[in-house]
Design a protein around this ligand. Structure first.
Ligand SMILES: Cc1ncc(COP(=O)(O)O)c(C=O)c1O
Length: 937
C-alpha cells in the first residue's frame, strides 16, 4: 500500500486521501478529452488511488463494494464522465458525512429524493455500522442488507448499515480499522484466513498467529473470534447467530457475547437488540435527569439564588452573564437532590446509574465521580486505605496531592527514586528494581507487614508508561496483599486504544486476576518454587535478578486508579473519576472509602461537572476508539513536521523513546516504536519495562538558546496564544488530546517556524558580542545540568527509629512540628551549605518545590544534601515554592529535632514475622539523630 510512513496506524486518513485524489484525477480525466490534455499521468493517478482503496473498501459500509466495482468498471471502460460523476458523489458524501442520513446508496442512482424532513431526521440520528461475519454470496449479502433496512422505523434513535466480511482475519481487520463499527454479528460459517492479500495492511493491523481455527467446531471458532474482537474493542456489542440448539449454546457462551439468536427466527429481534445495545451506551442518566429537571418550573426556597437563573435574569448589572453563558446552564443549576436528581454522597438514582455505566466503560468494578479533580481523588483513595503508621512506597516525583494526602493520612512514606535524565533535567519513572529493592529492605528490617501501598504515576507527565501488570505481579510475589494506586491523571484515554489498554490499571488488574487463576500460572509458580524455594525465604540477590511470580493462593488483586477525565477526555475542569478493582473492597474498604469520600467531597458538588462526566463517558464508550486513534495520528504529524522541517530541525527536535527511556529498560531494542509501524509498537509495548506515550511530544530546544520557561511564557503564550504546561531547562512538552485538530497542529508548526525564522534573522544581525552571548546560552542549555538529586533521607527523629534503617519517614509529624514557630529558623543557602559541609544535619520543615521541574526537592523532615544544594543552585527558575528569597530555607532548630525524637510515638507492635536484624538505634541524643536512609547525604 503506498500509504507511506506517515500513515501510522490510521488507515482512515489513507482512505480519505485516496478518495480525494480519485475525485480530483477523475474530474481532470473527464475534462482531458475535451481539452486534449495528456491523460497518462491522470490515469496513473486514478489507478494508484484505486489500488490503495481496493484492499480496504470492503471494511466500510459506504459506498460499498458494488459502488466501488462500478467506479472501477467505468474507469476501465473509459467512461470517464460517468466515473467522475459517481466518484464526486461518493466523495462528497464521505467528506460531508451525508451518506449517514441517505437511504439510497445505489451505485448508479442519485439519491431518490426522499422528502427533506425525513432526510433531516435521518441525518440527525447518530449513525454506526454493524459487522456481520459470514462467508456469503453477493446476493445473500444484498438480501441481508435489505432485510435490516426493512426494520427501520422513523422513530428509531439510531441508524446503521452493515459491513459483511467472510473470515476471522477480515473481522479482526475490520474492527481495528473501521471505527464506525459498534456491534458485530458472528454467524456460523466463516473462514479463518482472509482470501485477500493482507500484507499491505500489516503496518496498520496485527493479525497475530493462532492455530488453524478450521479444525475447531463453528461455535468454538465463534468464541475465539469474540475473544479476539473484545481484546481490540471491548466496547463492541457482540451477537452470535447460530442454527444449532441456542438453548445449549447460551449456557456455554463466553461473556463476550451480549446475546445469541437462532438464524431461522429472522433478524427483527437482532435488529432491536443492536439498537438497544447502542442505546445502553448512549444513555447518560445524570445528564438526562438534570436536563429534565432544568425544564421544570420550580419555586426555590433553598440556597443557590442563581438556580434557574433567578438572581441573574432580573439583575441590571450582571445580565452579560446570561449573554455569555446562555440560560440553560443556569436552568440546570440547582441544589436539589430529589425530584429526579440524586445525591453524590449517597447516590441511589441517576448518579448511581451514571457511575455504574462508567465502571463498565472504564473496566472497573466500581467507579466514583469526583468534582474536585484528581488532586482530591488521590486524597480520598489514600485516606480510605492508609492508616497512620502504614508504610507507603511512592515515587518522589508524584503530584503534590499525594505528598499532602500521605501527610494527612499519617503514612510512613518511603520515597522511591525514578531514573534520571540529566541531559533534559527530567526524571523518568521508577524501575522495578528500585521498587523491589525498597520492599526487600523493608523485609530485612522486619517491616514488610506494615507496608500497605505502592503509589505510582502512570503515565508520567512526560509520557513514560509502566508495565503495570509486571510491577504488580512482582510486588505481589514479595508482599501478596500490597495495594496499588495508579495515578492515571493523564491516562484516562488509554483505555480506548488496544495498544495502550493493557498498560492501564483497570485492564492490568483484570488480566492479573485472570492470570492468577490459570493452571499454567500455577505450573509456572511451582517451577519457581522448585528453583528458588519460597520467595519469603529467598535471598535479595535471587529476587532482584529474576522476574517474580506471586503465589496465586495468597496474592490479592487490589488496584485503584484515579483519572482526571478533564485532562484527556471530555469533561468540565475538575471532573475526575476513581476506578476500583479490589477483590477485598466490599469486605475491607467500602466503609472507610465512604468516610474518605465524605471527608473530601463538597456537600454541594457541581452538577455541571457531574453531567459532563456522564457525557464524557458516553462519548468515550461510543467514539473513544476513533478519537484516540486520531489523537495519536496528530501527535505523529506534529513529530514529523518538526523533525522533517529543514529549518525547524536545525533548532528543535522531538525526543524519542530512545532519548527518554534508557536502552536497559527496552529489551525490544526498538528506538521509535510507533514510527516503526504498529506491529513493532505492539512488540515494544508488550516487552519493554517502560514505553513512551506517543501523544506527548517533548521538543528539545537547547539549540535555540532560549530557556524552556521563557520559550513557554514569552514566546508561545504571550505572542502566539499557544498554551503548554510543562517545560524543563531545555525542553517544552506539547500534549495532544482528543481535542487536538489537524489545524491546531498546523498552527503550532507555523508558530515554531516563525520563531525559528526570527531566530535566524536575529543571528544574522548579531554583533560579535551578542553572538558570543548566544553561543554561551546554547552551550549552557545543551550541556548536562547539575545532576538531579535523589531522595536524601528523613532525619532519624522523623523515622520510627526501630530496627535496620529504612527510608520511610513520618511526614505528618515533620509537617505539623513546624506549626510551632519557635522550632523553626530561616537559613540562607550559603548558611545551609556551610552547616552541611561542617557535617551538620539541616532539616527542612516544608516542601520545597521549584517550578519547573515541579517536584519537591525537599519534603518536611528531609535532610539537605550537597546534591540538593548543587541542584538548587543550578536552577534559574523564578518560582520555588517553600523557599523565601528574602529569608532563605525554613529549617528545624536542633531543639526541635531533639523534641521530635523524644516525642516520637511508640513503635507499633512487633510483627509476627522474623526478628528485625541489626542493632537498635542509638538513643535520642542529638548527635545520634542522623538521617535514616542508608544513602543520606
Ligand atoms: C500526575 C498528576 N496527578 C494528579 C494531578 C491533579 O489532577 P487535577 O488537576 O485533576 O486535580 C495532576 C495535575 O497535573 C497530575 O499531573
Amino acid at each position: 500500500m503506498p500509504a507511506g510512513p506517515n500513515a501510522y496506524n490510521s488507515l482512515w486518513q489513507v482512505r480519505t486521501d485516496a478518495w480525494s485524489t480519485l475525485e480530483e484525477s477523475t474530474a481532470q480525466l473527464a475534462l482531458a478529452g475535451v481539452q486534449q490534455r495528456p491523460v497518462e499521468q491522470l490515469t496513473d493517478a486514478v489507478a494508484g488511488a484505486l489500488d490503495v482503496l481496493a484492499p480496504i473498501e470492503r471494511f466500510w459500509a459506504y459506498p460499498g463494494m458494488q459502488a466501488f466495482y462500478q467506479v472501477r468498471r467505468l474507469f476501465a471502460t473509459g467512461k470517464f464522465d460517468r466515473c467522475a460523476t459517481l466518484v464526486a458523489r461518493i466523495n462528497r458524501a464521505l467528506v460531508t458525512d451525508s451518506y449517514r442520513g441517505s437511504r439510497n446508496w445505489d451505485a448508479d442512482g442519485e439519491d431518490d429524493g426522499y422528502d427533506g424532513g425525513a432526510r433531516q431526521a435521518d441525518q440527525a440520528r447518530p449513525y454506526f455500522e454493524v459487522l456481520v461475519v459470514e462467508d456469503m454470496t453477493e446476493e445473500q449479502e444484498r438480501t441481508l442488507r435489505e432485510e435490516f433496512r426493512r426494520w427501520r422505523r422513523p422513530d428509531d434513535q439510531f441508524n446503521y448499515e452493515i459491513v459483511v466480511v467472510p473470515s476471522f482475519d477480515d473481522a479482526v481487520m475490520a474492527v481495528r480499522l473501521n471505527f464506525k463499527l459498534q456491534a458485530c454479528v458472528v454467524r456460523r460459517r466463516f473462514a479463518h484466513r482472509s482470501r485477500h492479500d493482507c500484507s499491505p495492511l500489516a503496518q496498520f493491523v496485527s493479525l497475530g498467529e493462532c492455530e488453524d481455527l478450521m479444525d475447531r467446531s463453528p461455535d468454538d471458532r465463534a468464541q475465539v473470534l469474540a475473544r479476539s474482537l473484545a481484546r481490540i474493542r471491548p466496547e463492541l456489542d457482540l451477537y452470535l447467530m447460530t442454527e444449532i440448539a441456542v438453548e445449549d449454546m447460551a449456557g456455554r457462551l463466553s461473556h463476550h457475547f451480549r446475546r445469541i439468536f437462532h438464524t431461522r427466527e429472522g433478524s427483527l429481534e437482532l435488529h432491536l437488540s443492536i439498537l438497544d445495545g447502542i442505546a445502553a451506551r448512549y444513555r447518560a442518566p445524570f445528564f438526562s435527569a438534570l436536563r429534565s429537571y432544568s425544564h421544570r418550573p420550580t419555586g426555590v426556597f433553598h440556597a443557590l439564588p442563581i438556580s434557574h437563573g433567578k438572581s441573574i435574569v432580573n439583575s441590571h448589572w450582571i445580565r452579560d452573564m446570561v449573554d455569555f453563558y446562555g440560560l440553560d446552564i443556569f436552568l440546570a443549576e440547582t441544589s436539589a437532590t430529589c425530584g429526579g436528581l440524586d445525591s453524590l454522597l449517597e447516590p441511589t438514582g441517576p448518579l448511581r446509574d451514571a457511575q455504574e455505566l462508567a465502571a463498565e466503560t472504564f473496566g472497573s468494578r466500581k467507579t466514583y465521580f469526583v468534582t474536585n479533580g484528581t488532586s482530591t481523588a488521590n486524597k480520598i483513595v489514600v485516606q480510605a486505605l492508609v492508616q497512620p503508621g502504614d508504610i507507603v512506597l511512592v515515587d518522589r516525583n508524584c503530584h503534590q496531592s499525594h505528598h499532602y494526602g500521605l501527610m494527612l493520612a499519617g503514612a510512613m512514606v518511603t520515597y522511591l527514586d525514578a531514573y534520571r535524565l540529566n541531559q533534559y533535567s527530567m526524571y523518568g519513572a521508577v524501575s522495578i528494581t528500585e521498587i523491589k529493592s525498597q520492599l526487600l529492605a523493608l523485609r530485612r528490617a522486619g517491616k514488610l507487614d506494615r507496608v500497605k501501598m505502592l503509589l505510582l504515576t502512570n503515565c508520567t507527565f512526560d509520557g513514560i508508561v509502566y508495565d503495570v501488570q509486571r510491577v504488580m505481579q512482582e510486588c505481589l510475589a514479595i508482599k501478596p496483599d500490597l495495594i496499588f494506586l495508579w495515578d492515571e491523571a493523564w491516562f484516562a484515554f488509554a483505555r480506548f486504544h488496544p495498544v495502550y489498554r493493557p498498560r492501564t490499571a483497570m485492564r492490568a488488574a483484570r488480566t492479573l486476576a485472570e492470570t492468577l487463576r490459570q493452571p499454567e500460572f500455577r505450573t509456572g509458580h511451582n517451577a519457581q518454587l522448585e528453583e528458588i524455594g519460597p520467595v519469603d525465604a529467598a535471598g535479595d540477590d535471587v529476587l532482584l535478578s529474576r522476574r517474580l511470580l506471586p503465589d496465586p493462593a495468597r496474592a490479592r488483586v487490589r488496584v485503584y486508579s484515579t483519572q482526571s477525565t478533564h485532562k484527556t477526555l471530555t469533561s468540565l475542569r475538575q471532573g475526575s473519576m476513581i476506578h476500583v478493582w479490589d477483590q477485598d473492597f466490599s469486605q475491607k474498604v467500602e466503609e472507610t472509602f465512604h468516610e474518605a469520600y465524605m471527608t473530601h467531597t463538597s456537600t454541594s458538588p457541581n452538577y455541571q461537572i457531574l453531567a459532563s462526566l456522564d457525557l464524557g463517558r458516553r462519548q468515550a464508550a461510543l467514539e473513544g476508539f476513533e478519537l484516540v486513534q486520531k489523537q495519536i495520528e496528530n501527535a505523529m504529524r506534529l513529530r514529523d513536521a518538526v523533525d522533517r522541517h529543514p529549518l525547524l530541525s536545525r533548532y528543535m527536535r522531538c525526543l524519542t523513546t530512545a532519548d527518554l527511556i534508557p536502552a536497559y529498560y527496552r529489551p525490544s531494542g526498538i528506538d521509535q516504536p510507533l514510527r516503526s509501524g504498529l506491529p513493532k509498537m505492539m512488540a515494544a509495548w508488550g516487552a519493554d519495562e517502560f514505553v513512551l506515550d506517543p501523544s506527548r511530544v517533548t521538543i528539545y530546544i537547547g539549540q535555540t538558546g532560549i530557556e524552556g520557561d521563557a520559550f513557554k511564557r514569552r514566546h508561545l503564550m504571550d505572542r502566539y496564544g499557544v498554551q503548554i504546561n510543562k517545560t524543563s531547562r531545555n525542553t517544552v512538552l506539547f500534549m495532544t488530546t482528543i481535542g487536538t485538530t489537524r489545524s491546531s497542529v498546523a498552527y503550532l508548526i507555523e508558530v515554531l517556524v516563525t520563531m525559528a525564522r526570527e531566530l535566524e534573522a536575529r543571528l544574522a544581525d548579531m554583533s560579535l558580542n551578542e553572538r558570543a552571548a548566544h553561543e554561551r546560552a546554547v552551550l549552557r542549555l545543551t550541556s548536562p545540568s547539575a545532576p538531579l538529586p535523589d531522595f536524601s533521607g528523613f532525619h532519624l527523629s522523623f523515622t520510627d527509629g526501630r530496627g535496620l534503617p529504612t527510608r520511610e519517614g513520618d511526614v505528618r509529624r515533620a509537617f505539623y512540628l513546624s506549626y510551632n514557630d519557635s522550632y523553626c529558623e530561616y537559613l540562607t543557602p550559603d548558611e545551609v551549605e556551610q552547616r552541611v559541609e561542617a557535617g551538620e544535619q539541616v532539616v527542612s520543615t516544608t516542601y520545597v518545590t521549584p517550578y519547573p521541574p515541579g517536584f519537591p526537592v525537599l519534603v518536611p523532615g528531609q535532610v539537605f544534601s550537597p546534591q540538593i544544594l548543587a541542584f538548587m543552585r543550578s536552577l534559574d527558575t523564578p518560582e520555588v515554592h517553600g523557599y523565601r528569597p528574602d529569608l532563605g530555607y525554613r529549617v528545624y532548630t536542633d531543639k526541635a529535632l531533639e523534641i521530635s525524637a523524644t516525642t516520637r510515638p511508640a513503635p507499633p507492635p512487633e510483627p509476627a514475622g522474623p526478628e528485625p536484624a541489626g542493632p537498635e538505634p542509638a538513643g535520642p541524643e542529638p548527635a545520634a539523630l542522623k538521617a535514616a536512609a542508608p544513602d543520606a547525604g
